[in-house]
Each structure stands twice: as structure tokens, then as C-alpha cells.
Design a protein around this ligand. Structure first.
Ligand SMILES: Nc1ncnc2c1ncn2[C@@H]1O[C@H](COP(=O)(O)OP(=O)(O)OP(=O)(O)O)[C@@H](O)[C@H]1O
Ligand SMILES: [Mg+2]
Length: 357
């Protein structure tokens, strides 16, 4: 549907996009995820045609967009700030997209009603736009984009101005809407949870480049770089030594963990970094006094306790080192929250390791 071939963008001397190559499939929910300033909005604007590129090619449906103006591209964009007209009614706002449409008044009114129904605002057409909540305004902006029946809907942090509850509600609404209308959604977000929850696939960007493009589970379980692992969720890193690598098996040694054997798929392609193994907090388990485990363990002491209601996070210092490991435990009846200073054993398993090097 959309293809980037080695796209570069300079703002003066500033190299904002540094060789973007990627394909976005028709009908998928695709997210651009990365920290502030990494180039997400810039990349989205190159699809919409609001931004010229310095070199490379952007194709939509196999067609080079180089000389195609924004207003004739099969895309529509919903901006971060709602950008609806407060002095107009909801229906007038939605119909605004149709101002150059040759259809009759009645046909346009029916299209407005249909678009409002899609975003769950049926019957709100006569309401003044300023008399809406933030979430409702955002849905008006969506309806205004959808009424043009774009093949691709571009969403630049459309939910960032909403409170947590409303944002989570709208995330579900957006997923449902995308499934219902079946068009390609491209969402820009710097919120990793939002990207994981909503997307079929995610491109993780840093400094104008895509570090990894994959489905949410692959990104989380098999991050390609330490930077990706750190940006998506939390990962503990422990410096490691590679002892042997033969026949798709990698033998490592790390302080506290000792020796472990990994399969090749636990090691993303080497990048020339100092070797380190990563462990997610939820793959580690505190061994409570009186309990035993079949798993391998390392000793440590609790340095920090962070209580989250349903979960408790512990920072455990690996005995004999200064390495701090974060782990998470679900709070269930009969499982007390332990105190800072408690000596504990932590269970871990070699299959949960990811090797970065
Ligand atoms: N018109 C411009 N002129 C010069 N530099 C720009 C311009 N627009 C963006 N930049 C720079 O390009 C880089 C990427 O900007 P962009 O807006 O794409 O980031 P972003 O990933 O969307 O960030 P955020 O999450 O903060 O919205 C930033 O360093 C920004 O300062
Ligand atoms: Mg942006």
C-alpha cells in the first residue's frame, strides 16, 4: 500500500529522516513509535504530501508520489490538536470535508450521519462543537477525516490530549473502527503501550531511522537492539561473555547467572556492541521463604519496593555485584509485599534471555 525507499529528509542542515525503507500493508493498523523528535510526524507528513523529501521514493499503491499534491493523495490526516471549528455545529464540522463535493445537500447530510454513526456520535449533528467533551471532539475530527473515505488515515498522536481513561476508551474505539471500515490506519505515538495495544505492526524509530519493524509480540519478546528493548517495556541488562557459539547454540557466562546456553533465535543480529543479556521483569520470580523452585536462581537483596496495587515491582541487587534487576510480582492473597533489605533468591530461566552484542 505504502512503500518508502531510502527516504531522506533534511531541514536545512538537520538530517531528520535518515534512510527510511519500509512497506505498510493495505488494511493494517500500523504505528510509528519513538521518542520526541525522532521524526515520526515528519515521516507521516511525507505520506500526506505536506512535506517534500530530499531523496528517495514514497509510493502509494505502487505510484510514485513525488509530483502528486497533498489534496489529490488518497490519504487524510487527523492532527494532534483536534482542529475542529468551535463555532460550527458537529454536522457542519464533519461536512466541512465535503465542501468541494458535487453531491446534493441530502446526499451530503446522509454521508455526515453515516460518518457520525461510525464514531459513535449518531444524533449529535445539531450540537454545537464547543459543547463537546475532549473525546467527543476527537471523534468529530475522526468523522471529518472518514467522510472523505480515504484509503489511508493518518493519525498524529490523536489521543495524547485525552486523560488516561478516555484515551484507553478511544484506543478500543479506534481499533473497532479500523476493523469496521477496513482502511489502512497509520498512527503516530510516543506511548509504547498504546502502540502495543493497537497495532498490527509497529516501526520503532530513533533519530530518523527505523530500528525495528515488527508485530507487537516480536518487538517485546525479540527486540533487535538494546535501545528498542529499553524503549518498549523494561529490560534488565547484564554484561555477559560469549564462551562458545556452535551449531545454533550460544554459550554465555554472566555475573550472578553463571553459564547458560541460548538458541540462535534469542540473539538478534550482532551490532558490534559489548555483549549483554537482557531479562524482562515479569520473567523473574521472587522465591518466598519456605518455597522451592525447579528453576535456576540467583541470590540478592531488595533495594527498592514499588507498590502498584495489582503488582509490586522490586529492584534486587545481585549479590556480590552492583547490578540492579527489576522484577514484577502479581499481588495475590497470601503473597506479602517484602521489605527493602530482605535477602531473597530470584528464579530465572535461560529461555527468557535475549543476547545483545
Ligand atoms: N520545519 C522544520 N524545520 C526544522 N526542523 C524541523 C522542522 N520540523 C521538524 N524539525 C525537526 O526534525 C526532527 C523530527 O521532528 P518530528 O516533528 O518529525 O518529530 P516527532 O518524532 O514527531 O516528535 P514529537 O513526538 O515531539 O512530535 C526534530 O528534531 C525537529 O526539531
Ligand atoms: Mg510529532
Amino acid at each position: 500500500m505504502i512503500e518508502f525507499r531510502d527516504v531522506h529528509k533534511y531541514y536545512g542542515d538537520y538530517h531528520a529522516l535518515r534512510g527510511i525503507t519500509a512497506t505498510i500493508r493495505a488494511g493494517e493498523f500500523f504505528s510509528l513509535l519513538g521518542p520526541s523528535g525522532c521524526g515520526k510526524t515528519t515521516l507521516l507528513r511525507t505520506i500526506a504530501g505536506f512535506e517534500d523529501i530530499s531523496s528517495g521514493v514514497v509510493l502509494i499503491d505502487g505510484k510514485d508520489m513525488a509530483r502528486v499534491a497533498a489534496n489529490v493523495r488518497p490519504t487524510n490526516m487527523v492532527f494532534q490538536s483536534y482542529a475542529i471549528f468551535p463555532h460550527m455545529s458537529v454536522a457542519e464540522n464533519v461536512a466541512f470535508g465535503l465542501r468541494r463535493d458535487p453531491r446534493s445537500r441530502a446526499e451530503k447530510a446522509a454521508a455526515v450521519e453515516e460518518a457520525l454513526e461510525m464514531v459513535g456520535l449518531k444524533g449529535y449533528g445539531g450540537r454545537a462543537a464547543h459543547a463537546l467533551s475532549g473525546g467527543q471532539r476527537q471523534r468529530v475530527a475522526l468523522a471529518r477525516a472518514l467522510i472523505l473515505k480515504p484509503k489511508v488515515l493518518l493519525l498524529d498522536e490523536p489521543l495524547s490530549a485525552l486523560d488516561k481513561k478516555m484515551r484507553e476508551h478511544m484506543q478500543v474505539e479506534l481499533i473497532k473502527l479500523q476493523r469496521q471500515v477496513g482502511i489502512t490506519f497509520i498512527l503516530v505515538t510516543h506511548d509504547q503501550e498504546e502502540a502495543l495495544v493497537m497495532s498490527d505492526r509497529i516501526a520503532v524509530m530513533f533519530e530518523g531511522q527505523i530500528a525495528q519493524l515488527a508485530d507487537p509480540e516480536t518487538l517485546y519478546r525479540r527486540p533487535a537492539t538494546r535501545q528498542v528493548a529499553d524503549f518498549i517495556g523494561t529490560m534488565n541488562f547484564i554484561p555477559a561473555r560469549i564462551l562458545d557459539e556452535t551449531g545454533g547454540r550460544i554459550e554465555i557466562e554472566a555475573p550472578g547467572l553463571g553459564r547458560a546456553t541460548l538458541s540462535a533465535d534469542q540473539a538478534p543480529p550482532a551490532r558490534g556492541d559489548a555483549p549483554a543479556v537482557g531479562l524482562r521483569p515479569e520473567t523473574l520470580t521472587l522465591v518466598y521463604p519456605g518455597q522451592s523452585t525447579e528453576e535456576r536462581t540467583f541470590p540478592g537483596h531488595i533495594d527498592e519496593v514499588i507498590y502498584f496495587g495489582d503488582m509490586t515491582y522490586y529492584d534486587v541487587i545481585l549479590e556480590g555485584t552492583e547490578i540492579e534487576m527489576r522484577l514484577s510480582m502479581r499481588n495475590v492473597p497470601g503473597r506479602p509485599v517484602l521489605d527493602v533489605g530482605t535477602k531473597v533468591d530470584v528464579a530465572w530461566s535461560p529461555e527468557a534471555l535475549v543476547l545483545f552484542r
